[in-house]
Structures are given as structure tokens and as C-alpha cells.
Design a protein around this ligand. Structure first.
Ligand code: AMP
Length: 184
């Protein structure tokens, strides 16, 4: 469980963190790799979502996947790109988040992924959540925490850390706690 106060801070962002599908670069499963190479080169993103004809996210495609496909025994063979489709080489093992999404799950998954695809109940692509958007919020959070909350070390924990010599962590009282000293 993440701290309630962290969850609360994250939920303050109006409109959430979603970059809507309309402005997310993507390719279709049935596109040939020549087309996909052009798209990836133009948009300059390392990896983008792949959609099927029902607008569901079925994979992710990167420039590296395409260049690897071009590599043959005798060096680079670009002629393969016209003969192969995105579906044949895309990454199909990737996490998807279903809206309404949970910030705790997102924080966990973004440790290993640069972005997460968000889908509705039917699997239709709604957009992405990127590390950058979350890092912007963490930055805001780091600067604004003390403006919104009174932060005090927990007495017991302070003693414990003094004895063991470990660094003191600060504990933020929440509004829900009866003994909380919160000013917002
Ligand atoms: P960022 O955290 O902004 O660096 O984005 C992380 C990754 O998300 C990028 O490397 C891309 O793979 C992907 N991404 C971000 N924005 C877009 C977009 N508008 N269209 C497609 N992919 C994107």
C-alpha cells in the first residue's frame, strides 16, 4: 500500500496523467515494416503502441525490433521490410492498465516500463501514461509537500533509527487520522 497522502497528492492533478490516444503515435498490426520504420523515424519515439482494426492495443513496436529484423547472415537486408508486417515482430508481452487506473499499480509498473498503455473495459486504446508525466508530478510533490502538510517524525521510529544509525524517515500524518496534525 502506498501512503494515503501520496495517493491524495497524485489525485489532485486535474485531468489525470493520460496522454490521449488521439495524440499518441501508433502503427497498425497490418502495416508493413517499411511504413512502420518511417513512422518511428519521423516521430522520434523509441517505442510506440500497435493497434488492431478495432483500436485495441495488441503490441509495442520499437526501432530496434525493425533493425534486428533487417539483420541477415550477410549484413543488413532492407528488402525484408516490405514483405513483413508489424504483427510478425511486435512485442506482445507488455502490461496494460485498465481505466479507471490505480496510481499504486502505475508507480510499480513504470519502474520497468517507459510508458503504459491504458485501455477501456473492451480493450480499446485510450492513451498512455509516461514516466515523464509521473516524474513531473513527483517533482511538484517534492516541492509542495511541506506547503500542504505539517510533517513530523514519529517518536518511536525516531528512537529506533537513532539506535541503529539509519537515516530518519519522515512520516506524514493524514487527514483521516484522529491524531493527525494536518494543515491544508
Ligand atoms: P517520456 O516519459 O515522455 O520520455 O515517454 C516515454 C516513452 O513513451 C517514449 O519513449 C515513447 O516510447 C512513449 N511516448 C511518449 N509520448 C508519446 C506519444 N505522443 N506517442 C507515442 N509514444 C509516446
Amino acid at each position: 500500500m502506498i501512503a494515503k497522502v501520496v495517493e491524495e497528492m497524485f489525485s489532485q492533478r486535474k485531468g489525470g496523467y493520460l496522454i490521449p490516444a488521439e495524440i499518441v503515435a501508433n502503427v497498425s498490426e497490418t502495416n508493413n515494416l517499411n511504413h512502420a520504420l518511417l513512422v518511428l523515424t519521423k516521430v522520434k519515439y523509441a517505442k510506440i503502441p500497435v493497434l488492431d482494426k478495432e483500436q485495441r492495443v495488441t503490441g509495442l513496436l520499437s526501432l530496434a525490433m525493425i533493425t534486428e529484423t533487417m539483420l541477415g547472415l550477410n549484413g543488413i537486408d532492407p528488402s525484408r521490410l516490405n514483405r513483413m508486417t508489424v504483427k510478425e515482430i511486435m512485442q506482445t508481452d507488455f502490461p496494460k492498465i485498465q481505466a479507471p487506473y490505480d496510481i499504486e499499480e502505475i508507480l510499480h509498473l513504470l519502474v520497468d516500463q517507459p510508458f503504459l498503455a491504458v485501455v477501456d473495459q473492451a480493450g480499446v486504446f485510450l492513451g498512455i501514461i509516461t514516466r515523464r508525466e509521473i516524474m513531473k508530478e513527483v517533482n511538484y510533490f517534492a516541492h509542495d509537500l511541506e506547503k500542504q502538510y505539517l510533517i513530523e517524525p514519529k517518536a518511536g521510529y525516531l528512537e529506533e533509527t537513532k539506535n541503529t544509525g539509519t537515516k530518519v524517515n519522515l512520516v506524514v500524518p493524514t487527514r483521516r487520522s484522529s491524531s493527525a496534525k494536518v494543515r491544508r
